[in-house]
Design a binder for this molecule. Structure first.
Ligand SMILES: [Zn+2]
Length: 382
């Protein structure tokens, strides 16, 4: 397990490509701050918007929102800077938090119409259980819903342009062919968000497809009829999470009132879902050896706001990699599992090569709280 020489991302991150010891997200960051002609990209964006901009009598773009700082920034910018008439669409996460609800209301207070697509809880529970036990991702249905619901609304409301936020492959690493791609479509969704499990596969797990309509992507014919196209705002303007945060906060948007969520470094990301902050990120940690705090600190390094050594010290001060017990009882009662089943499932997804094991029994070493012992931690490089 290697760590990038510029940030603290390990080589175990899926889709990550290292060159000369540097991850592709750090190489993207150099291009972002040095090579890309952002003025030209903005002109390009204006010409895209010009094709769709209406007279205000109907919506002319869809903004998928979670109520987070980035999606609130997107909506405000598209309306106030670019003169568009956005319709915001949110997919209700597994379990919406209070601050998540507050920030969705904040968006409405800012003058945006919001469509909230909410799954039925009965089959959502089943999907969450499949995600947790079979795919190692408790928020698997949420990832699908987030990317499907806005497309469904675009078709239903006849609003072809869907504007997403950052291009995650460019900002955080991924295949080169996707890094400079301004578009998000069904193939992107299937490649990056579905853990290799299509929503139709759950029929084999005993879920009735008629019960999960909110998760079904519109047909190619429907998409073609409306001409739905999705673009990343982050392809056309230089993405800056701190700028997004500052704009939203200056208008009343709220951070997490309890400080950083479990396993995180900051208190202003992934606030909307009870499970995505703690358990989802913990499952990433046991599979790949890093969690949300690492992601957040890498962003700080690449933005030039923190040195690598400062990030390593800050990472050590977080609770990344600790079992996120806070909402576990809620989660287990929701999906109908007990604590033994919970622990056995986590163990089955743990990458045994990156955590300490007992020499004689080969069992994973754990402390009294059930926390694993990491074998690897980023260190200063000469
Ligand atoms: Zn890096």
């Amino acid at each position: 397990m290697l760590y990038c020489r510029e940030c603290i991302m390990p080589s175990t991150r899926p889709e990550q490509v290292f060159e000369d010891g540097i991850c592709d997200a750090c190489r993207s960051a150099r291009r972002k701050h040095g090579e890309i002609d952002w003025a030209a990209r903005r002109t390009e964006f204006e010409s895209v918007l010009q094709r769709y901009r209406g007279d205000g009598s109907w919506y002319d773009c869809i903004i998928p929102v979670s109520g987070g700082k980035d999606s609130c920034y997107q909506a405000i910018t598209l309306k106030e800077t670019y003169g568009m008439n956005p319709l915001c669409v949110t997919f209700t996460p597994c379990e919406l938090t209070e601050v998540g609800r507050y920030n969705l209301d904040f968006l409405r207070e800012q003058g945006f119409d919001l469509i909230q697509v909410s799954h039925n809880r009965k089959s959502y529970r089943e999907l969450m259980k499949i995600g947790f036990t079979k795919l190692g991702d408790c928020c698997w249905p949420e990832h699908i819903g987030i990317f499907t619901a806005p497309i469904r609304v675009a078709v239903q409301y006849g609003v072809p342009l869907v504007i997403w936020g950052e291009n995650s492959q460019f900002e955080y690493g991924g295949p080169a062919s996707r890094r400079d791609n301004p578009y998000l479509d069904r193939s992107w969704l299937e490649e990056f968000q579905m853990c290799g499990h299509r929503i139709s596969d759950v029929a084999h797990d005993g879920v009735n497809l008629n019960d999960i309509k909110t998760f079904l992507y519109p047909s190619d014919e429907e998409i073609k009829r409306v001409g739905v196209t999705g673009v990343f705002l982050g392809h056309y303007e230089k993405w800056d999470s701190l700028r997004n945060l500052q704009l939203c906060e200056s208008r009343g948007w709220q951070r997490n009132p309890d400080g950083p969520i479990e396993g995180a470094h900051n208190d202003y990301e992934n606030l909307d879902c009870k499970w995505i902050g703690g358990l989802h990120d913990y499952m990433k940690f046991i599979k790949f050896g890093y969690g949300r705090a690492t992601d957040q600190l890498c962003i700080e390094i690449r933005a030039g706001r923190m040195t690598r050594s400062e990030a390593i010290a800050a990472l050590a001060a977080t609770d990344e990699g600790k079992v996120p017990w806070k909402y576990v009882p809620d989660f287990l009662s929701r999906v109908g599992l007990n604590e033994q089943e919970f622990t056995a499932t986590l163990d089955s997804f743990t990458n045994k090569a990156i955590f300490e094991r007992d020499r004689s029994t080969g069992k994973l070493q754990k402390d009294a709280q059930g926390n694993l012992v990491r074998k690897f931690f980023p260190a200063d490089v000469a």
